[in-house]
Design a protein around this ligand. Structure first.
Ligand SMILES: Nc1ncnc2c1ncn2[C@@H]1O[C@H](COP(=O)(O)OP(=O)(O)OP(=O)(O)O)[C@@H](O)[C@H]1O
Ligand SMILES: [Mn+2]
Length: 269
């Protein structure tokens, strides 16, 4: 028993900050008079906590969630590189059942915070496209697995580095991601080849684009094919974010700055 207490004592000793992930009000209040800095991380700041890091999507995987919180706090200057932080969170729906101690420079930032918050595209647009990709991944098209590629932001430049594979069904329309009807259209058109191009503000600029970025030196995980390579490469040539649903492994991946920054399994989302 003492060994267990010692283990826990070591884990929480001398941390610079404590990150509470989506705490409820009473749990949060218990931390009122502790000396360490308290950082609340969650989808919405219902507790008016300060400092606060907003989660743009529901990270079901622990590592993705922790990374987002810590990268966000670093970016906002709430913690410094080299700080020791203690994260209090849940896994497997177990309320506050998990403590993770991390030194902020023990991991290299994945860029996931940057992708949502410092994109030229609105964070809500990136999130809406993510949600379409995840839904498509869960349901497929008429029960069959389907792949899709969405390029969000910096649309003018993306259009310059791509060519049409077919007529553009969005040519004269002014429709935006997030509208329920548009989500249906995106899913319908995802059966056909190529990429969707979406503006910073969420306007669907085109479907059926064949991307022709320079892929020289783009380093994406081995085993991913042409769709993922094109997605990675277009985000190095432009400031866009690319979101890809893989037809073959069913995962949703995001690329920014030529790198893979996020990988999500729609089945667990
Ligand atoms: N440069 C490109 N621009 C737009 N779409 C592309 C490009 N290259 C491939 N695609 C699309 O990706 C589809 C699948 O290609 P491929 O199997 O090589 O990619 P992948 O990365 O393995 O993706 P998946 O995991 O979905 O199979 C193609 O049929 C095509 O619709
Ligand atoms: Mn493939």
């Amino acid at each position: 028993m003492n060994e267990l207490r010692d283990l826990l004592g070591d884990l929480v000793a001398d941390v610079d900050a404590v990150f509470l992930f989506s705490p409820n009000a009473s749990f949060f209040e218990e931390f009122d008079d502790i000396d360490e800095e308290i950082v609340v991380v969650g989808p919405e700041n219902t507790l008016d906590a300060e400092p606060f890091v907003e989660l743009p999507i529901d990270f079901t995987d622990l590592e993705g969630r922790l990374r987002f919180g810590i990268e966000g706090a670093l970016e906002q200057g709430i913690v410094d590189e080299g700080d020791e932080v203690l994260c209090v969170t849940e896994v497997l729906d177990g309320a506050e059942n998990t403590l993770v101690r991390v030194q902020t420079n023990d991991f290299s930032p994945s860029g996931v915070y940057d992708m949502f918050v410092n994109s030229r595209a609105d964070a809500s647009v990136v999130r809406d496209v993510f949600e379409v990709a995840i839904e498509l991944g869960k349901k497929g098209q008429k029960g069959k697995p389907v792949g899709a590629l969405f390029v969000v932001g910096d649309a003018g430049k993306v259009m310059n580095k791509s060519r049409p594979l077919s007529y553009n069904p969005f040519e004269k329309s002014h429709v935006h991601v997030g509208d329920p009807i548009v989500n249906v259209m995106l899913k319908e058109f995802s059966r056909l080849d190529g990429a969707f191009v979406i503006s910073d503000a969420g306007k669907i600029v085109s479907a059926y684009r064949y991307l022709e970025p320079s892929a020289e030196g783009v380093d994406i995980p081995k085993g991913l094919g042409a769709r993922h390579m094109a997605a990675g490469a277009i985000t190095r040539d432009t400031t866009a974010t690319a979101i890809v649903l893989s037809e073959s492994d069913g995962l949703v991946r995001a690329f920014k700055g030529g790198e893979l920054v996020l990988e999500i399994d729609p089945e667990e989302y």
